[in-house]
Structure formats: C-alpha cells, structure tokens
Design a protein around this ligand. Structure first.
Ligand code: ACO
Length: 402
C-alpha cells in the first residue's frame, strides 16, 4: 500500500481531508461566512440588511454581478427575467414522463437536466453574453419549473406566469392558484417566501454548490451542472433538512415525547439526529436562522397559528434543545431549515416541496458560482486526490487457478 509518506515524497504535498473540513477548493468573491461569529455576507453586504432592504431579484443581481443594482439597472434586469419566464411547451411535456407520485426533487433533477438538451449548442460557456443569458433563463424559469413539479403531482393544470407580479408572488400563484380562481397571495406571506429565497440564495462552497462547480469544471453544460447540484441538495444532511424537520416533528407527535427524542439524539449508539440542528460551518447561531425565526413568528401571528400543536411542538423543542447541555456544548443551534420548514408549512406548502423551494432559491447561487468559476483564469478541472487503502500490487491468476 502506498502510504501518505510515499505520496508526500512523490508529490511534495498531500492532505487527507474527508469532507473538505479544512481544504479550500477555490477562491471566490461572492459569499463570506464567519461560522464562529455567525456572520454571513453576500458580496460584502450583511445578510440582515439584504433581508430587510432588498427583494430576491435584487439579491440575485448582486450575487451575479457583484453590485446592487440602481433603479434603471433593476428595471432592465426585471425586464430580462420577465422575457424568459415562459416554459417551452416541449419542456412542459417532459413532465408527463414522470410518475404522479415522483418526488418533486427527482422531477427537478430530470427537468433542469433536460434543459441541457434543450439549450445545448446555443451555449458557449466562454462567452460572457451566453453565460449571462444562461443565468437569466435559469432564474426566470425555475419558479415555473418548480411549481409545475407540484401541479403535476396533484393533477391540476399548469399556470402561466404573470409578468406584472413579483418573483415570489408569481411563484405562489403558479403553485397554489388555479386558472378557475383569482388567487391573490397575502403580502405578509409573499414577503416571508421572498425572505426564504434571499436567505437560501447562496452559501459559499456547500455540498451542492461544490457539486455544481466540480461538474462545471470539466466544461459541462451549465443546466446539467445545476441538475447535479439539485441532486446533491436533496439529501437530508443538506437541503432535505427542512422536509426532514417537519417529518421529525410529525413523528415526535406530542410535546410530552420531546425528552425521549432529545435523549435519542444524544445517544452515541443511535443514528437519530435532531433535524434542523447543527451546521458544519456555524458554531454559533446561524444568522439566517435568527432572521427566519423572526419571519416564522410574523407568519404564525398573521395566520393565527401560534396554537397549532405542530408549531407549539417545534417551539418547545427549540427551547429544550437550546437549554440542553449536550447541544450547548457541541454548539448545535437550530439552523435556518428548522424555521424555514415551519414557515413553509404555515404558508400551506406541502412538505415534499420544501427542498424544491430551497433549490429554487439556490439556483441563483449555483449559477453565480458556476459563472465565477468559468471566468476564473486559475480554474482547473476539479480532481480530488484519494488515500488508497486497498491491497498492494499482486499478480493475476487465470480463472482456473482461482
Ligand atoms: N443532533 C444530535 N447530534 C448532532 C447533531 C444533531 N442534529 N448534529 C451534530 N451532532 C453531533 C454529532 O453526533 C457529533 O457528535 P460527536 O462529536 O460526539 O461525534 C457532533 O455533533 C458533530 O457532528 P458532525 O456530524 O461531525 O458535524 P458536521 O459538521 O459534520 O455536520 C450537520 C453538520 C450535517 C449539519 C449535522 O449537524 C446534522 O446532521 N444536522 C442535522 C441535519 C440538518 O439539520 N442539516 C441541515 C444543515 S443546514 C443546510 O444544509 C442549509
């Protein structure tokens, strides 16, 4: 077996870092996180200020272009996005190939991946204009694609987007409304959804973004790369956590059962974890969780849901875990997905759509990071090393000798 010393002698350097806990795979100017201090900046702006003063499309512009837009730039950007909101009828037909009960994330992997077949030769990834158009198309079409994945599962007709509506409002209408009614979204809920989108828009080199970069580093079609990111996001340790939180709360079922589940989460011999608690980078309160917690209370107040048993259960679990020695010592605070799951549930969004909404938000981060990578002169194909632990060289015997 070739051990680390041999590899070091051969290459001059070698690090073994499972999970990339201390290895930077790239340099980036998009998002900054200080996990110990609980700081998150997009292009230098604190997430708290962006969540208060901007909407999702302004934040998308910022992530893509590096600066917040002025009025004229924003009007142009909204116009560009508006031009691409429609889905080609041929793309709409992709959906009929899926089973009705397919998970929306599985549908998203398929449909977004299939965009690479639709917009294939048209994209020169080394052209700034083409990369910009790719980003605009993705941002514009994602609400429709995500809403359609839900509508398809329920058998209800797809809704066309309305250009005059805001991004989050349009999405809510396409998802919850039907052509036979005049769905008008509650502005408090629209703002809450917009905030969820802002808070999930980017988070530097998380698993799904790293996946997009790794796939893109070979020069692959950007929609195929984003589909790879969606696949990665689906897992419960990443974007699937918001769905897992709600499933866990339903499983716990009653406030009286919380201590039993907290004890399970603390038991080393039990694989159960409290979903929505802990974060790889934040060893302090996740700043997004603070904002989402506030939004959560605004929404529960607006909808008079504070007495709903599930929401009561969530608030009690939060209280108990925040006071528990194990969670305090390991710095396991509620993360953004603990609260976003509760907010989405209050908005009437079915649990299986939670991660799909995360994907909608993160699409802008993925495409901004992909764009940054392609235009980086230091960019190389991503090719991690490995620590080989298999058998050393041996001779092959013919099948009759084995
Ligand atoms: N419940 C109970 N114990 C936990 C939890 C939890 N939710 N999270 C971590 N721990 C414990 C681990 O058992 C481990 O204990 P040990 O040191 O005694 O072995 C210690 O805390 C550190 O955990 P790691 O798994 O090493 O931490 P890591 O940084 O690799 O994982 C992760 C972070 C995956 C988020 C983890 O905290 C977790 O599984 N949380 C639940 C799932 C979740 O909420 N994911 C959403 C992440 S946010 C996002 O994707 C936007």
């Amino acid at each position: 077996v070739i051990d680390i010393r041999t590899l070091y002698a051969k290459t001059g350097h070698f690090t073994y870092d499972p999970g990339f806990t201390s290895t930077a795979s790239c340099s980036s100017k998009i998002t900054y996180i200080d996990g110990d201090e609980g700081i998150l900046l997009y292009r230098g702006y604190p997430i708290e200020q962006l969540a208060e003063k901007c909407d999702f499309l302004e934040v998308s512009y910022l992530l893509l272009k590096g600066e917040l837009p002025n009025g004229a730039e924003m009007r142009r950007f909204v116009g560009d996005v508006g031009q691409h909101v429609m889905i080609h009828e041929q793309i709409a037909r992709f959906y009929s190939g899926f089973r009705r009960d397919a998970h929306p994330m599985a549908i998203l992997v398929g449909v977004v991946g299939a965009l690479s077949a639709f917009y294939h030769d048209a994209i020169d990834i080394y052209s700034v204009e083409d990369r910009n158009l790719t980003a605009i198309r993705l941002i514009a079409k994602m609400p429709n694609i995500v809403a359609m994945s839900y509508k398809y599962s329920t058998g209800r007709p797809f809704m066309y987007p309305k250009r005059k509506l805001g991004y989050a409002e349009n999405f809510m209408r396409m998802m919850m409304g039907d052509p036979c009614d005049d769905y008008i979204a509650n502005p408090v809920l629209v703002r809450a959804l917009d905030r969820i989108l802002i808070l999930h828009a980017d988070h530097e080199q998380n698993a799904s973004t790293s996946t997009v970069r790794l796939a893109g580093s070979s020069g692959a079609n950007p929609y195929a790369c984003v589909a790879a990111g969606i696949a990665c996001l689906w897992g419960a340790a990443h974007g699937g956590a918001n769905e897992a939180v709600l499933n866990m709360l339903e499983h716990i079922g009653d406030v009286s059962k919380i201590p039993e589940y907290v004890a399970k989460a603390k038991n080393k011999n039990d694989s159960f974890r409290l979903m929505g608690f802990g974060h790889r980078v934040y060893k302090n309160y996740d700043p997004r969780a603070k904002l989402m917690r506030q939004t959560c209370h605004e929404v529960l107040d607006e909808l008079n849901l504070k007495d709903d048993p599930l929401f009561k259960l969530a608030m009690e679990l939060e209280r108990i875990a925040l006071e528990d020695e194990y969670f305090v010592e390991k710095k396991l605070y509620p993360n953004v997905d603990f609260y976003s799951g509760i907010v989405l549930r209050a908005l009437g969004i079915p649990t299986e759509m939670f991660t799909a909404i995360f994907a909608l938000a993160r699409s802008v981060g993925w495409i901004a990071q992909w764009d940054e990578m392609i235009s980086d002169p230091e960019q190389k194909i991503g090719r991690p090393r490995q620590l080989y632990r298999g058998v050393s060289t041996r001779d092959v015997k013919t099948i009759s000798q084995r």
